[in-house]
Design a protein around this ligand. Structure first.
Ligand SMILES: C[S@@+](CC[C@H](N)C(=O)[O-])C[C@H]1O[C@@H](n2cnc3c(N)ncnc32)[C@H](O)[C@@H]1O
Length: 723
């Protein structure tokens, strides 16, 4: 980074800032030291220090961006004051940093462009973890044009982007306006909480106007606001001087709102504020993008349209239930495009485009499109074209023609070209709006209905269906904890548990030795269950384990988990300890949390499962029944069910295996002899996991258990070939 800055001739100021950042980091260390005495205070101090370093970077980005684009004027200071107020700093070091930043901006404004694009500059200079906190990812113009084409009519109207970022939608809107014959005045309003993102957006718009003089009166207004506060459903003030007044009545709301999971929202009071202000969508382990859907709904006029890029997890996650309810009843879908693993842009989640209309409705059909990368061995239906069309244009063309189809087409996303599997058709929502949504065609629905007939959901016949233990400090609790480690440190054996990760679970079997660091280890578990409550074991009772926890690096790692302290827990606790009794049942079935195919194994050794594994403890604890369930769960029929109706596709052809998905597995009420037939085959497969002939026999036995006809079985097998 430094060499680039030297090229811009701002190195002296940068050095000063780095020095300040160093002091702040030292301050953070002091704060850690004070931690033993003032836990809460310290979490705050540490946050202040980190936020100040963020400020330094943000402002540096603004300055450098202006410089890169060759804009000379020195930006105003108000955005710095904004940070000041937003984070509530009163720190002299911050004051010094602000002054240095002013100098940096002046220095930057004096140097000329170095050819970098503004978005690239942001990518380059903002540390990834801070961008993650604000959900900053830039949207490619092909995706923006796709969203705008589906959302907007010929009218241009009043449009809001509630998370405008670098201005990709503002530019798309301007492009549309330039190409349209719309008359009258049109307004685009963009909000963002990040001054540096807004600075980039402003520069992009300024640039657009320089290069494309426009006839129509087009006003783009960019404002530094917390959108979620603007559209909160009550007037609670957080004592912040901005973003409280409403600016509603938009004809269109478009954008790519941030994907930020609840645990990354800071400060913690903000999470509670969101829960109160967005009671419909801020439920469970919500994601900020859900709240932006509700905010968008509130911002629209009746009959207005919303077009967003959001995470496709909202279709199936339990936290997405509120959004599904909203989309089903009051903001009905017109288009849903699940972009699967196509990686059209660099977001960490798999995106989908939703286009909805604000009006009460529940049953109208909508146009559904699903796209994913085609496996390399699936040839495309069209000849490979080295200059393949952009994927988003192919999808638009399919929508224009309105013919239902499943096709494999050559296309490029800007990042990659190759074959893509596209499936599109008109469909309606499932009748149960709150349950996970899967959009199956008629043939699939027929198979799935047969599987569910005469079956009970797995969740109804289990005592435990749960994810494993999450330590949030694996380097202390489990990674080094081999057999040898336990002896070396004299660890109290009662509190060291044989621990399996997802990677220890193979199809049919678990492999574990307890001797390979990072892979096959024990878990240090300083907890016990009393009266149904899991509590921390006092350190005096486990002096050798306590000595390990107190080693300086380990102590730093454990005590820095501010969320553990905020939850009034002890600093050395495992974050999600689960109940110890879960691991005492003689038979349980385990699975990795995500993998390409059904990968269940029977555990009769009482392994303790980690966070990358799920465990299923059947209520009926017999070997025959456990093997019957295992056989069903590793059958091709159940894998078909999982992929067609229970789970979401992630990437690299992997699927999530979660409580929500597993709980719905249909378990046929067995006809006489079926339990033994399936169970015997399962037990032989445990002994010879790769035996294809046995797997075929198992598939045939489970086909019979489900009562699937030959034609239905063909549908299952066709799908299996395409996986
Ligand atoms: C995915 S990015 C938007 C990208 C934008 N469409 C583009 O391509 O340039 C999400 C944006 O939301 C902003 N953001 C995060 N929380 C916000 C909030 N509460 N109010 C307004 N903007 C917010 C982030 O700063 C970030 O710029």
């Amino acid at each position: 980074m430094l060499s680039n800055l030297e090229a811009l001739d701002v190195a002296p100021v940068w050095h000063r800032l780095t020095e300040l950042a160093g002091k702040l980091i030292a301050k953070e260390r002091d704060a850690q030291e004070a931690c033993r005495r003032h836990r809460r205070l310290v979490a705050q101090q540490r946050q202040d220090a980190l936020d100040t370093v963020q400020l330094i970077h943000e402002a540096a980005v603004i300055g450098l961006t202006r410089a890169a684009l060759g804009l000379r004027s020195v930006p105003d200071r108000p955005h710095l004051a904004f940070y000041h107020e937003y984070f509530g700093w009163t720190d002299p070091l911050t004051e010094e940093a602000l002054a240095a930043l002013g100098d940096l901006q002046i220095a930057c404004s004096e140097v000329r462009a170095n050819g970098r694009r503004s978005g690239d500059l942001l990518d380059y200079y903002l540390p990834p973890e801070w961008r993650k906190r604000l959900g900053q990812h830039w949207t490619p113009s092909t995706v923006v044009d796709y969203v705008l084409e589906l959302t907007m009519d010929d009218q241009i109207g009043r449009t809001l982007d509630p998370a405008v970022g670098g201005g990709a939608f503002a530019l798309g809107w301007l492009r549309r306006l330039r190409g349209s014959r719309a008359s009258g005045s049109a307004e685009f309003v963009g909000y963002d909480v990040s001054p540096s993102a807004l600075a980039v957006a402003g520069l992009n718009v300024e640039r657009f106007h320089q290069v494309n003089p426009m006839r129509a009166a087009a006003r783009v207004r960019l404002e530094c606001r917390d959108t979620l506060r603007c559209f909160a459903d009550h007037s609670e003030q957080l004592g912040l001087p901005w973003g409280d007044e409403q600016d509603a009545a938009f004809d269109y709301v478009v954008g790519n709102p941030p994907y930020v999971r609840v645990q990354h929202i800071r400060p913690p009071e903000l999470r509670d504020y969101y829960r109160r202000s967005y009671p419909e969508t801020a439920t469970g382990r919500f994601d900020l993008c859900s709240l932006f859907i509700e905010a968008g709904y509130r911002a629209l006029v009746d009959g207005g349209a919303l077009g967003y890029i959001v995470s496709n997890k909202l279709l199936t996650s339990s936290a997405g239930a509120g959004v599904r309810e909203l989309l089903a009843r009051r903001l009905p879908l017109r288009y849903l495009t699940d972009l699967g693993d196509t990686k059209v842009f660099g977001a960490a989640v798999l995106p989908m485009v939703i286009v909805c209309r604000k009006r009460p409705d529940s049953a109208s059909p909508f146009w559904y499109t699903f796209v994913s990368e085609a496996p390399e061995d699936v040839p495309s239906d069209a000849p490979a074209d080295p200059a393949a069309a952009p994927l988003m244009s192919v999808l638009l063309e399919f929508r224009r023609q309105r013919t239902e189809r499943r096709a494999v087409v050559p296309a490029h996303t800007g990042r990659r070209s190759g074959a893509f599997r596209v499936e599109c058709r008109e469909t309606t929502l499932p009748t149960n709006a709150v349950a996970p949504w899967h959009f199956t065609d008629r043939r699939d629905t027929d198979v799935l209905d047969t599987m569910k007939r005469n079956s009970v959901p797995l969740r109804d016949i289990c005592v435990v269906l749960s994810a494993g233990i999450k330590s949030t400090a694996d380097d202390v609790f489990c990674n080094p904890v081999t057999e040898e480690f336990l002896s070396q440190h004299g660890i109290e054996r009662e509190y060291a548990k044989p621990y399996i990760r997802g990677a220890n679970i193979r199809r049919w079997r678990v492999t574990w030795t307890g001797t390979v660091a990072g892979e096959d280890t024990y878990l240090l578990y300083p907890h016990r269950e009393t009266d149904g409550q899991v509590r921390a074991v006092p350190l005096e009772e486990i002096p050798n384990m306590a000595a390990w926890f107190h080693q300086p690096e380990n102590y730093r790692r454990l005590a820095s988990r501010s969320y553990v302290l905020e939850a009034s827990r002890r600093w050395y606790e495992v974050w999600v300890p689960q109940k110890p009794r879960y691991f005492t049942y003689p038979y349980k079935i385990v699975t990795p949390d995500f993998c390409p195919r059904n990968t269940f194994a029977l555990d009769v050794n009482g392994w303790w499962c980690g966070g990358s594994a799920y465990m299923i403890v059947p209520s009926e604890q017999s070997e025959a029944w456990a093997l019957y369930l295992l056989g069903l769960m590793n059958s091709t029929a159940m894998e078909y069910y999982h992929k067609a109706a229970a789970s979401t596709f992630i990437y690299a052809k992997r699927y999530r295996y979660t409580v929500a998905a597993l709980g719905t597995y249909p378990i046929p009420v067995p006809a006489p002899g079926i339990v033994d037939a399936v169970g015997t085959l399962a037990s032989r497969l445990v002994a010879s996991p790769g035996d294809d002939r046995l797997q075929r026999e198992l598939d045939e036995a489970t086909r019979e258990a489900y009562g699937l006809r030959r034609t239905q079985w063909q549908t299952v097998q066709e799908a299996a070939r395409a996986w």
